[in-house]
Every structure is written in structure tokens, then in C-alpha cells.
Design a protein around this ligand. Sequence first.
Ligand code: HEC
Ligand code: HEC
Ligand code: HEC
Ligand code: HEC
Ligand code: HEC
Ligand code: HEC
Ligand code: HEC
Ligand code: HEC
Ligand code: HEC
Ligand code: HEC
Length: 308
Amino acid sequence: MKRFALVTCLSLFGASVAMAQAPEDEETPYSRSGADTCIACHDAASTMAVFNTPHGVPTDPGSPFGNGQLQCEACHGPGGTHAGRVRRGQERPSVIRFGADSDASIATQNGMCLGCHESNVGSAWHGSGHDNDEVACADCHQLHISHDPVLSTAGQPNVCFDCHQQQHSQSMKPYAHPFDEGKMDCSGCHSPHGTAGDRLLARQTVNDTCFECHAEKRGPYLWEHAPVAEDCTNCHNPHGSNNPGMVSLRGPMLCQTCHSQPDHQSFANGPDGLADGTASKYLLGRNCLNCHTQVHGSNHPSGSKLMR
Ligand code: HEC
Ligand code: HEC
Ligand code: HEC
Ligand code: HEC
Ligand code: HEC
Ligand code: HEC
Ligand code: HEC
Ligand code: HEC
Ligand code: HEC
Ligand code: HEC
């Protein structure tokens, strides 16, 4: 039979807070005095740090420690038997644990969080790349810590790099977005809970995502360069590259992935060099960009060849 009992607890705050006990499960009841029961054994500073977070605010009725909530057990599930006496040689019944050592399924773990976060997180989350691949909320979020690293620009990339090694090595290349300086994080471009677009991108398309910060590249241009309007990643690797300007290939090769060499009207002596053995003027230094400086588009009346 289910019942709701009012228990007084949380003497922790000097004042008593009324707490409704959730419907009891015959096998695993909730503890008698909520957090007070738990912290009798779990009073390490690292555990108690939960009270320095938005979850530990008793005046917020929606928080686990708000009036009528289940406190520690809002996340860890009913801990009545876990908190009880254990005979010598017997194993302590477990509560819901988070992380790699957990016995609980990812669905169970995430379900504890989504019970409260369905409205702000759930709609994006369900069916996202991370949900489909069984990533846990607690793989990214730490809750017993006053500042969850994944929520700060400086702390976030390392959380993601734990699983995304390839992006980690790209980010360490000489030309990259300034991740390691704490000036840029992954959520500048990605919405990790999920999005309507591909690749968890924060905006519908790659370009709209880039325009958030590089608005000047949006144009409109009198003379567009087709691959720019199409997708910035035609030329750039957004996570980092060895080439100046963070482009995916160096020098004329970048342009020549699309522009065939013989088509250039001015290649009198062929693309690889002049007849006297010196390099072609079209391939010197910054190469194509020596003349075609406006690779992103031009607004000059005679800029059709992207040269001014
Ligand atoms: C009587 C002491 C005691 C009380 C009360 C107690 N615990 Fe524990 N708890 C332990 C011990 C001992 C362990 C380590 C168990 C092990 O490693 O097998 C543990 C482990 C845990 C773990 C790690 C996961 C697991 O099950 O091993 C969590 C999470 C936890 N407790 C939460 C709670 C919560 C929440 C409460 C309050 C409902 C609570 N504990 C009450 C003694 C206690
Ligand atoms: C009893 C309800 C409840 C449960 C269960 C719960 N949360 Fe929360 N959570 C809140 C409230 C309330 C806030 C503060 C207001 C807000 O940001 O919505 C919050 C805030 C957060 C924040 C923002 C923290 C910050 O510093 O701004 C994160 C991240 C979060 N929760 C993740 C989780 C995860 C992960 C779980 C599961 C392990 C979880 N929550 C379980 C109610 C809950
Ligand atoms: C891949 C890493 C990752 C996972 C997995 C993840 N989060 Fe987050 N979460 C973040 C980041 C990053 C932010 C900061 C958002 C931002 O900067 O746009 C955030 C913000 C939040 C916030 C506070 C802001 C808000 O959107 O209300 C809550 C609450 C939250 N997450 C809950 C959850 C819950 C619940 C789950 C599991 C269903 C979850 N998160 C899974 C990375 C993650
Ligand atoms: C909002 C959800 C939430 C609340 C409330 C919460 N915890 Fe936790 N707890 C977690 C998560 C998630 C972890 C995994 C480590 C982390 O994220 O910091 C954890 C880890 C732990 C651990 C370490 C277990 C292990 O796996 O090694 C203990 C012990 C613990 N919590 C006890 C408590 C106690 C006691 C309370 C109440 C004072 C409490 N928790 C309140 C979510 C919560
Ligand atoms: C616990 C491991 C883990 C963590 C931590 C993690 N991810 Fe992921 N991520 C995955 C897995 C698994 C996939 C799906 C397989 C894949 O595409 O590699 C994925 C996929 C992605 C994708 C591609 C999604 C798609 O739909 O194609 C992006 C983007 C991404 N993660 C960004 C992030 C960001 C940003 C963070 C940090 C806020 C992060 N991830 C943290 C495991 C993780
Ligand atoms: C400047 C914008 C930007 C930033 C910042 C960014 N990404 Fe991306 N990310 C993209 C774009 C665009 C794609 C899709 C095209 C591609 O894969 O190059 C992508 C794709 C991904 C993918 C999927 C790769 C695949 O092949 O499916 C993962 C995983 C990923 N990013 C992780 C991260 C992580 C982790 C960070 C933080 C260190 C991060 N990204 C920061 C723009 C960005
Ligand atoms: C959240 C803001 C933000 C977003 C979104 C963003 N960038 Fe950036 N971008 C920056 C910052 C900051 C720098 C570094 C500027 C500096 O160092 O002066 C930068 C620099 C660059 C550079 C020059 C790198 C170099 O080494 O010269 C390129 C190229 C670039 N971004 C391309 C992109 C592309 C492509 C996208 C979309 C996939 C994108 N950016 C999205 C913030 C952003
Ligand atoms: C056709 C290839 C190509 C495409 C597509 C492209 N870029 Fe570039 N981009 C370059 C080259 C080449 C450079 C280096 C220019 C230099 O060295 O002066 C560059 C440099 C940059 C820079 C740093 C220097 C500057 O001009 O501010 C930013 C930022 C940038 N691109 C953003 C973008 C964005 C945003 C998009 C998509 C709208 C985009 N690029 C599409 C080739 C391209
Ligand atoms: C992803 C393919 C691609 C890459 C890479 C590329 N372009 Fe283009 N470029 C095009 C396309 C497509 C057009 C439009 C052709 C048309 O309209 O006939 C174009 C047009 C041009 C034009 C104007 C041509 C005309 O007839 O008006 C110039 C100049 C040009 N590109 C130079 C460059 C340079 C320089 C680079 C290297 C920085 C480069 N392109 C990289 C695809 C590319
Ligand atoms: C020394 C200056 C110079 C350099 C370097 C140069 N171009 Fe040009 N390019 C021009 C001029 C001038 C035109 C327009 C007249 C013409 O068609 O010959 C042009 C036209 C083009 C066109 C338009 C096609 C056409 O026939 O109108 C493309 C595409 C192009 N260049 C690509 C490139 C690529 C790719 C490179 C690098 C391999 C490059 N250019 C290097 C001067 C240069």
C-alpha cells in the first residue's frame, strides 16, 4: 500500500524542513530522516559539497532539498535498507550509484535526473547522439562539487576530450580555436544535450553556427564564393589544423581540390613551375591568395575573381 508520510528532517540547516516521503516500495523503502540519515555515515567534505550547488538550495521548491523533496534519495533512489544495520559478512544493499562503477543501467541513472529535468533538458536529449550511445548525464556532470567543470568555459573541453580523443589531438595543433586558453568551449558550436541539426550543432547549419561569432563572413556578397556559402568546413577544420588560417590543406592544394590546374587562364608554363625552373608565380608564397585575396567573397564591383 502506498502512503505519504511527513517526516521532519534536515536539522542540518538549524531549522526543520518538512519532507514528504514518496510512495513506499515494500522492498526498498526511503530512509526515515532523509539526508540526516545519510550524512550520519557520509559526511565527507566531498559529499557535503552538494549543499554548495543549486541542488542544495532548500528555499528552491524544485531542488532535491526543497520542501517536500526526497533530498539525497531524489538522485540515489530509496536508501532505507542501505542505511540500515548490516550483519557481519552480509553485503550492504546498494543505492543508485552514478558513473562507470554503477550497477544501475544508464536509463535508470539518467531517469533519476530527467525526473526533474525533463522540461529543460529532456526534449533535446531524447534521441540525440549522446542519448542513443548511452552517455550518462553524470558522464559530463559532477554534482558533489561547488563548480561543475563542464559548466565553465575553461573546464568543459577536458570533460569532452575524455571521450573525444580525435578532437583533442586536433585542438592541440598550432592553429585552433582557443580551447586551451579558456576562451572557447565546445558548446560555442555544439549543444551537447541535442539539437534539431546534425552533429549536435548549436544552429541548424554549420554556417549559421559559425556566423554566431564570425558575422562578417555572412555577407551578403556581391560576388560569392560558392563553397563558402555552402559550408565553411569545405576549407576549415573547426577543431584545429596544422595550417595557418585553420584550413584543412596548405597552399594551392586547398584551392586545387576543386579548381583544376589547367583551367587557370594564366598558367602559361604549367602549374608546377616556369620553363626556367623557377616556381610559377601562381604558386609562390601564399599562392592563390596572393591574387585572390577575397576567398570568402567580394563586395567590390570588379571583384568577380575574388581579387579585391
Ligand atoms: C550506516 C552507515 C550508512 C548510511 C546511514 C548510509 N550509507 Fe551509503 N554507504 C555506506 C557504506 C559503508 C558504503 C560503502 C559500501 C560498499 O562499498 O560496499 C556506502 C555506499 C554508498 C554509495 C556508493 C554506492 C554503493 O551503493 O555502494 C552511495 C551513493 C551511498 N552510500 C549513498 C547513501 C545515501 C543516499 C544514504 C541515505 C539514504 C546513505 N548512503 C546512507 C554506509 C552508509
Ligand atoms: C528533485 C529534482 C532534481 C533532481 C532529481 C535533479 N535535479 Fe538538477 N536541478 C534541479 C534544480 C531545481 C536545479 C536549479 C534550477 C535549474 O537550473 O533548473 C538544478 C540544476 C541542475 C544543473 C545546473 C547546475 C548549475 O550549477 O547551474 C545541472 C547541471 C543539473 N541540475 C543536473 C542534474 C543531474 C545530472 C541530475 C541527476 C544526477 C539532476 N540534476 C537531478 C533539480 C533536480
Ligand atoms: C556531453 C556532455 C553532457 C551530457 C551527457 C549532459 N549534459 Fe547537461 N550540460 C552540459 C553542458 C556543456 C552544459 C552547459 C550548457 C551550455 O553551455 O550551453 C549543460 C547544462 C545542463 C543544465 C543547466 C542548463 C540547462 O540547460 O538548464 C542542466 C540542468 C543539465 N545540463 C542537465 C543534464 C541532464 C539531466 C543530463 C542527462 C539527461 C545531461 N545534462 C547530460 C553537458 C552535458
Ligand atoms: C542531484 C543529484 C544528487 C543528489 C541530491 C545527491 N547526490 Fe550523491 N551523487 C550524485 C552523482 C551524480 C554522483 C556521482 C559523482 C558526482 O557526480 O559527483 C554522486 C556520488 C555520491 C557518492 C559517491 C558514491 C560513489 O559512487 O563513489 C556518495 C557517497 C553520495 N553521492 C552520497 C550522497 C549523499 C549522502 C547525498 C545527500 C546529502 C547525495 N549524495 C545527494 C548525485 C546526487
Ligand atoms: C562518456 C563519453 C562522452 C563524453 C564525456 C562526451 N561525449 Fe560526445 N559522444 C560520445 C559518444 C559515444 C558519441 C556517439 C558516437 C560518436 O559519434 O563518436 C558522441 C557524439 C558526439 C558528437 C557527434 C554527435 C552526432 O550526432 O554526430 C558531438 C558533436 C559530441 N559528441 C560532442 C561532445 C561534447 C561537446 C562533449 C562535452 C560537453 C562530449 N561530446 C562529451 C561520448 C561522449
Ligand atoms: C568552431 C565550432 C566548433 C567548436 C568550437 C567545436 N566543434 Fe565539434 N564540430 C564542429 C563542426 C562544424 C562539426 C561537423 C563537421 C566536422 O566534423 O568537421 C563538428 C563535429 C564534431 C564531432 C563529430 C565528429 C564526427 O566525425 O562525427 C565531435 C565528436 C565534436 N565535433 C566534438 C567537439 C568537441 C569535444 C569540442 C570541444 C573541444 C568541439 N567539438 C568544438 C564545430 C565545432
Ligand atoms: C563562440 C564563438 C565562435 C564560433 C561559434 C566560431 N568561432 Fe571561429 N573563432 C572564434 C575565436 C574566439 C577565434 C580566435 C580569434 C583570435 O584569436 O583572435 C576564432 C578564430 C577562427 C579562425 C582563425 C583561426 C586562425 O588560426 O587564424 C577561423 C578560420 C575560424 N575561427 C573559423 C570558424 C568556423 C569555420 C566556425 C564554424 C564552424 C567558427 N569559427 C565558429 C570564435 C568562434
Ligand atoms: C574556399 C575555402 C574557404 C572557405 C569555404 C571558407 N574559408 Fe575561411 N579562410 C580560408 C582561407 C584560405 C583563409 C586564410 C586567409 C589568410 O591566410 O589570410 C581563411 C581564413 C578565415 C578566418 C581567419 C581570417 C579572417 O579572414 O578573419 C576566419 C575567421 C574564417 N576564415 C572564417 C570562415 C567562415 C566562418 C567560413 C564559412 C562562412 C569560411 N571561413 C569558409 C578559406 C576558406
Ligand atoms: C570546395 C570546392 C572549392 C574550393 C576548395 C575552392 N573553390 Fe573557388 N570556387 C568553387 C566553385 C564551385 C566556384 C564557382 C564556380 C562557378 O561559378 O563557375 C568557385 C569560384 C572561384 C573563383 C571565381 C571564379 C569565376 O569564374 O568567377 C575564384 C577566383 C576562386 N574560386 C578561387 C579559389 C581559391 C583561391 C581557392 C583556395 C583558397 C578556392 N577557390 C577554393 C569551389 C571551390
Ligand atoms: C598572379 C596572380 C594570380 C595567382 C597567383 C592566381 N590567380 Fe587565379 N586568376 C588570376 C587572374 C588575373 C584571373 C582572371 C583572368 C584570367 O582568367 O586569367 C584569375 C582567374 C581565376 C579563376 C577564374 C577562372 C577563370 O578562368 O576566370 C579561378 C578559379 C582561379 N583564378 C583560381 C586560382 C587558383 C586555384 C590559384 C592558385 C593555384 C590561382 N588562381 C592563382 C590571377 C591569379
